[in-house]
Write a protein that binds this ligand. Structure first.
Ligand code: ADP
Length: 542
């Protein structure tokens, strides 16, 4: 017997319809490439998304054709999120931080038909357009009078002229909720980039999960700033979850430095901001140097790479801001876990609570996790056993776009490439990425643990731990360190700083001071490139 409830496809267009009707006056504030602060509302975003939909229909695109963006976080990008997917086309968010050759490879692989870009990225488009063989239409996200002349880009139009001329009425089509809605290529730290292809259904279910109180807790009373780019896993699904709840959104646009982010948080009364640790490091450095405080910020969601304990305590103790450590990946839409204390933790000492907060968090409903040993045998949730972390659920990848790399699943589970423990309360903690883990004398050393201790030293701005070949131990850890401006620390002082904080054999063999640690296109430390930089390095003990 089937249930007798209405059957309605879960479609992204319903989000913006809802936001318009129920939260039409909630604000969307964007720092623009033009330099100014732009204010609009869900009502206007909805109207303009429908104009985008009409404009796309006129381009003669097929269902599921890819419409690419190369854009910062902002209202026009948001309109494309709803306008493109709402019509049944696939929004392909290209990452402008990639090398132009990679942009070409990805755009051709995705068979993008249209490319909408912020004017900051005009130099990239000029460099690549002749090699992007499938793109037929280039749209610059600007007013008609800001469109540069003589770019050499065929048929280049301004966004405002292109969509502004269209009617603002549009009936969103209904189709199978399993249809593709958007796509995002992984950063390709190994091999060619591969694309995760999200569906309307997976995106909607993920948005519900993101909005839950024990994940990112969105509501109509929230003011949220996605610092995480809309070109990186759909800004962790925040644009969808915000529309679902009517939360005010504040977009930093191209101004991603610590000062600009801080000033925008203060000016707009942001309550919750989400981003990777490198962004927060820049903001905290700026605040510390200028003796600044927060007046409104209550929570920061930090993920993408491990959040150093020193950052969690600075936010908590110095600024009274709760850190929600979160974990996920492109293949998971991305949210997998978020670290919110249970009521039983609230009576614990701050030190005990900190041990929990450091973990990547509890799985949210919809994400099933397990850890396994080298033979694939499931390991206990005792907080000690560590193994390869596998996940499954309705917003987790089943196959890469075009079947690239074969099926990624093992018995229906997706191997994340992370090594983790899970404690009896279900809190997962990443020990390392499996390729970064350091194998020393048959034991594993977590590069994250080594980095976290260095990051707690007051003179250290950034630390990256890598394993170096060792004749006796196989590998030994060293730590590459960037000092804070004006701060001093010696190799010996830093090694002594590890004493008593970790087992002796886990203390790095050496400290190498560097001017910068190479960061990838999503703001993560690129250990492969760091290894290239240190290719002539010899361990003192080797
Ligand atoms: P890519 O795989 O392209 O670098 P993703 O952004 O999908 O890009 O990265 C996912 C990976 O980032 C995870 O598998 C994990 O290794 C790491 N990661 C994400 N969040 C955290 C976190 N909170 N702590 C530690 N590592 C994290």
């Amino acid at each position: 017997m089937l249930g007798l409830m209405q059957s309605q496809e879960l479609l992204i267009s319903s989000l913006i319809d809802f936001a318009e009707r129920h939260h039409g006056d909630a604000e969307i504030v964007s720092r623009r490439v033009e330099g100014d602060l732009h204010r609009t509302t869900y009502k206007d975003v909805a109207r303009r998304s429908r104009q985008v939909a009409n404009a796309l229909d006129r381009l003669d695109l097929a269902f599921s054709d890819r419409v690419a963006t190369l854009a910062w976080n902002g209202y026009r990008h948001l309109e494309l999120y709803f306008g493109v997917s709402g019509t049944g086309r696939v929004l392909h968010t290209l990452n402008p931080r990639l090398h132009p050759d990679q942009v070409v490879w990805i755009a051709n692989h995705a068979e993008d038909q249209v490319l909408c870009f912020d004017l900051s990225f005009l130099p990239i488009i000029k460099a690549v357009h002749a090699r992007c063989t499938t793109i037929k239409h280039y749209i610059a996200l600007c007013d008609a009078d800001a469109l540069p002349a003589d770019t050499g880009i065929p048929g280049l139009q301004s966004y405002e002229a292109w969509m502004g001329a269209q009617p603002s009425t549009y009936t969103w089509p209904s189709f199978d909720e399993n249809s593709a809605s958007s796509m995002c290529y992984t950063s390709g730290t190994t091999g060619n980039p591969k694309a995760a292809l999200y569906s309307h259904r997976s995106t909607m279910l993920h948005a519900f999960a993101v909005a839950l109180p024990d994940s990112l807790s969105l509501s109509a009373r929230e003011c949220i700033m996605p610092v995480v780019p809309m070109f990186h896993v759909n800004a962790w699904g925040l644009p969808y979850a915000a529309a679902m709840t009517g939360a005010k959104m504040v977009f930093p646009g191209p101004a991603m430095d610590g000062k600009s982010i801080y000033e925008l948080i203060e000016a707009e009364g942001v309550l919750c901001a989400a981003g990777v640790p490198t962004i927060w490091q820049m903001m905290l450095t700026h605040m510390e140097a200028n003796g600044l405080r927060f007046n409104t910020l209550k929570r920061t969601v930090i993920g993408g790479s491990a959040c150093p304990p020193a950052m969690i305590s600075t936010f908590n103790e110095k600024y009274g801001v709760e850190v929600i450590h979160a974990w996920g990946m492109t293949e998971m839409s991305p949210l997998g876990t978020s670290c919110i204390l249970k009521s039983k933790h609230l009576a614990m000492s701050a030190q005990e609570q900190m041990k929990v907060r450091l973990k990547q968090g509890r799985g949210i409903f919809g994400v099933d996790m397990k850890i396994v040993d080298a033979e694939g045998k499931e390991l206990p949730w005792d907080g000690k056993a560590y193994g390869d972390l596998l996940v499954k659920g309705p917003w987790i990848i089943s196959d890469y776009f075009k079947g690239e790399g074969g099926s990624p699943l093992v018995d229906g589970w997706f191997p994340t490439g992370d090594v983790a423990t899970i404690d009896p309360d279900g809190y997962m903690q990443i020990t390392d990425r499996s390729k970064d883990v350091i194998k020393s004398g048959g034991e594993w050393i977590s590069s994250i643990d080594v980095e976290n201790i260095a990051m707690a030293h007051p003179a250290v701005a950034m630390a990256a731990c890598i394993g170096m070949k060792h004749p006796k131990w196989d590998e030994r850890p060293i730590v590459a360190v960037v000092k804070k401006p004006g701060a001093e620390v010696t190799r010996e002082e830093l090694i002594a700083f590890y004493e008593g904080k970790t087992a002796k054999w886990q203390i790095p063999d050496d400290v190498v001071f560097v001017d910068a640690i190479p960061l990838g296109a999503t703001g993560k430390m690129m250990k492969t490139r760091l290894r290239d930089v240190l290719k002539d390095y010899k361990l003192p003990s080797a």
